[in-house]
Design a binder for this molecule. Structure first.
Ligand code: SF4
Ligand code: SF4
Length: 201
């Protein structure tokens, strides 16, 4: 999948969990509609009175995730900005999502502010296949931070990690290796290696 495919999947699910951090550093999450996806950007809106709005303005960051019926998850974590041309974007959002007129009839729509996620790490995680499959993409030139584990040259090829891997994604060799695209990041190999040859990325 490309970045656009991942964003298109979020748009087709539409109701996604959007997470922010509040003024006390506590995580907050709520369901928000993905209103538009185009040019590798994700658009949504919220009302100026909401805590969500203040948290977006204060931190400039958001994380979004949703799961489809095939157990595929897309996660987007990155930076958000409020769009300058409020009337244009809110009108476009209502055009593309007419059900919004039921919630904000007439000019009440202009209490809403449009936002766009313009730079983020995008991850697709497929739990509906065996072994599981994951891939990461960059949106807007965002650096991709690799997670998970890797096996170092200290490996003595004992085979313990392979025997405890729930996804069978560790291959034998003089130095064993992990197929990161099939790894759960569970850490079972890491905890069981007798010589601490496995490190967290
Ligand atoms: S458990 Fe550690 S030493 Fe044994 S094969 Fe795996 S990485 Fe190598
Ligand atoms: S972290 Fe878990 S899934 Fe990934 S290689 Fe290690 S044991 Fe296997």
């Amino acid at each position: 999948m490309t970045t656009n495919d991942c964003l298109a999947m979020l748009r087709s699910i539409k109701d996604a969990a959007f997470a922010t951090v509040d003024e006390n550093g506590r995580p907050q999450v709520r369901i928000i509609d993905v209103m538009l996806v185009e040019d590798e950007k994700l658009y949504f809106c919220t009302a100026r009175g909401k805590s969500f709005y203040r948290q977006l303005i204060n931190s400039g960051a958001v994380a979004v995730t949703a799961l489809n019926k095939d157990f595929k998850t897309v996660r987007v974590a990155g930076y958000v900005k409020k769009l300058e041309d409020q009337k244009y974007w809110i009108d476009r959002i209502f055009e593309e999502n007419p059900v919004m007129n039921d919630v904000y009839p007439g000019d009440t729509r202009y209490i809403l502010e449009p936002f766009c996620i313009y730079e983020a790490q995008v991850e697709m995680f497929d739990l509906g296949t065996s072994p599981i499959y994951r891939e990461s993409h960059s949106m807007g030139g965002c650096d991709i931070k690799e997670a998970g584990f890797e096996i170092t040259d200290n490996c003595i090829a004992c085979g313990t990690c392979k025997s405890v891997c729930p996804q069978g994604c560790i291959s034998e060799g003089d130095i064993y290796s992990i197929s990161g695209e099939h790894c759960l990041h569970c850490g079972n190999c890491f905890e069981n290696c007798p010589v601490e040859a496995i490190i967290r990325k």
